[in-house]
Design a protein around this ligand. Structure first.
Ligand SMILES: [Zn+2]
Length: 156
């Protein structure tokens, strides 16, 4: 019985199952599960008068089919972080940096494409993440390299 996202990912990997739609090569089941997982985390909590957490949730699956999650932190003076940061930090704690698929979702279910800073973070933690699948809509996925086509690092 496939109960966990990790199990689904392993099953699909082991049996070479995926769907190809245009430039998108992703098993739809994993996308749907990631979106739902991220949405389930988006439960805003006011921590103080200046800080609200979890307005956005993020879920990512790594190249080793491990799932990591995070939530946004919205603080005064612009010192908060996006949900992607939390998920990426949790991934890094486990010694991984290669993202297969990532998504951020607001509490109302809206899928949020990563901001420019997060696109850059995804790229900088592992250059191979240019091939990462970024879920940018309920049924829309793009490769990071399509969202970040001209890395500034090429100039150096
Ligand atoms: Zn961001």
């Amino acid at each position: 019985m496939l109960r966990k996202l990790k199990d689904i990912g392993k099953f699909l990997h082991d049996y070479h199952l995926s769907y190809v739609i245009g430039v998108m090569v992703m098993p739809p089941a994993i996308n749907t599960e990631l979106v739902e997982r991220a949405k389930s985390l988006a439960r805003p909590k006011r921590l103080s008068k200046d800080c609200v957490s979890a307005e956005v949730g993020c879920a990512l699956i790594t190249s080793k089919n491990n799932l990591f999650v995070g939530v946004s932190i919205d603080c005064a003076c612009g010192i908060g972080t996006c949900a992607e940061h939390g998920a990426i930090q949790n991934m890094l704690v486990s010694g991984e940096s290669r993202i297969k698929t990532i998504v951020a979702v607001a509490g109302n279910g809206t899928v949020l494409p990563p901001c420019g800073r997060c696109r850059e973070l995804i790229y900088q933690v592992n250059g191979m993440n240019r091939e990462a699948n970024i879920i940018v809509g309920k049924h829309k996925t793009r490769k990071l390299k399509d969202l970040l086509p001209e890395p500034w690092q090429k100039a150096f």
